[in-house]
Write a protein that binds this ligand. Structure first.
Ligand code: EPZ
Length: 416
């Protein structure tokens, strides 16, 4: 297992190029199954979750080639093969092939995706949408076997604005007959990017980015070239690290409209910004102060930034309260921060941080992707040396993370 070693660092300083969004690339790779030819996807991040998704696409008969930061995905010969647990267990997004397979072939059989430490992560809302469109399914031996020929559009209400369920239902309905409306759907930028890709392919989708999406079924979709949006969570992670170390960094290749809730919260804490086109410079020229965070579906503060900002608030004088409303178990990183002298008390979905203690380096372990990012931020602003075990988690979602931080003057390296 690889580990990351951090010596208390100077303030971060310099420029960092933000990569393409993991959580946009994964559904769009799956959506290539809806076309019967060669798609070119640009700005794909070089991370392990993408590599697993490409293996899944190959297991379904797609031809997948990597050319620089582009993927060439030819789905002309794709088939609704069974997707095995050894693949679906690695990434939650594996279940996103179900919608396209049902739409194109009338069936899909995949092992249920693994849960992970942040929650059980059921797929009941996905399945409810498929049934509304006319599908039947059975769950047996850990596999979901779904069938549904001649899908018919319907009005589908989501009990929770689930990102994955919105994406899967959108993909299942693009070739259905008639009109589908998804109400109380997710409005994340990754939903809009998927809708943009599908509309380029010939779909007829309106309302992406709002809480109601309307899809008019079409006969077929054709392959296209598409550039993935920048990763707003990677950007937020670097911004938070800059504030935590009292540094000044410029992020290149960002979409400023995707960062509003994060820039607003970091500004409350004490950050200042210069924003121009697809660049953002962040620095801290004021005394930082504590604040409260409540994670919400977009456009609220993202749950994927919760652990990173908690790490920052451990070193900010005063009391900060963090409320996690999206996942039931997303404080797994807190015992690790406490090992670094953090003063945090957890009660259910609420964490109370007393920022008057100073973080001290220690040996800790990452429990999931964003927890790992939080421990890196803590290590960058702690006194002494921090060793982070299970560093593989970071490779799932951050492209060249330690290299980008080294280029920003951090004293950090990875031991394979
Ligand atoms: C996506 O996961 C992201 N992953 C997650 O990012 C992100 O945290 C999450 O959206 C919320 O923004 C990808 O896009 C690959 P959800 P997803 O369905 O789609 C419950 C990261 O770190 N729910 O919006 O799985 C669920 O249990 C990852 O990059 C149901 O109850 O999230 C959770 O409590 C972590 N039934 C809530 O909804 C369902 O059928 C939000 O889940 C589906 C979801």
């Amino acid at each position: 297992m690889s580990k990351i070693v951090i010596n208390s660092s100077n303030p971060l300083n310099g420029k960092v190029e933000i990569s393409g969004a993991k959580n946009s690339a994964l559904p769009i790779i799956a959506a290539c199954l809806l076309t019967n030819g060669r798609n070119i996807l640009e700005n794909i991040p070089d991370i392990s979750d993408i590599r697993v998704m490409c293996e899944i696409m190959q297991s379904l008969g797609c031809d997948v080639k990597k050319e620089g930061d582009s993927l060439i995905i030819d789905s002309a010969n794709s088939k609704p093969n069974i997707v095995p647990y050894e693949l679906t267990g690695k990434i939650r997004a594996s279940f996103l092939v179900s919608g396209p397979l049902i739409a194109r072939f009338g069936k899909a059989k995949t092992a249920l995706p693994g849960g992970c430490s942040i929650g059980t992560r059921p797929v009941d809302l996905h399945l409810k949408g498929f049934v509304s469109l006319g599908c039947h399914y059975e769950i047996d031996d850990g596999y979901v076997d779904i069938s549904g020929n001649k899908l018919t559009g319907k009005v589908i209400y989501l009990d929770f604005p689930s990102v994955g369920a919105t994406q899967n239902i959108m993909m299942a309905s693009v070739l259905a007959s008639g009109k589908t409306v998804i109400e109380n759907c997710a409005s994340e930028p990754e939903i809009c990017d998927l809708a943009d890709f599908l509309n380029k392919c010939g779909a007829d989708i309106n309302g992406a980015g709002t809480d109601k999406i309307t899809i008019y079924g079409v006969d077929k979709l054709s392959p296209v070239r598409h550039r993935i949006i920048p990763d707003r969570i990677e950007a937020g992670t670097f911004m938070t690290a800059a504030v935590a170390t009292g540094g000044r960094i410029t992020l290149k290749n960002v979409n400023l409209t995707h960062l509003s809730s994060v820039t607003s919260k970091l500004s409350e804490i004490g950050a200042s910004f210069n924003e121009f086109s697809d660049e953002l410079t962040i620095y801290c020229d004021r005394t930082t102060k504590s604040t409260d965070i409540k994670t919400m579906p977009f456009p609220g503060f993202p749950t994927d930034m919760q652990s990173q900002i908690a790490a920052l608030l451990c070193n900010v004088k005063g009391t900060s309260v963090i409320t996690e409303t999206v996942f039931e178990n997303r404080f797994m990183y807190i015992p690790e921060l406490i090992r670094m002298n953090a003063d945090i008390k957890v009660d259910g979905r609420v964490a109370v941080i007393n920022g008057n203690s100073k973080l001290v380096g220690a040996e800790v372990s990452a429990t999931d992707l964003r927890a790992g990012a939080a421990l890196v931020i803590a290590g960058l602003c702690a006194k002494g040396r921090t060793i982070i075990n299970n560093a593989e988690y970071l490779k799932r979602g951050y492209c060249s993370f330690t290299k980008k931080l080294t280029d920003l003057c951090a004293d950090i390296y990875i031991e394979e």
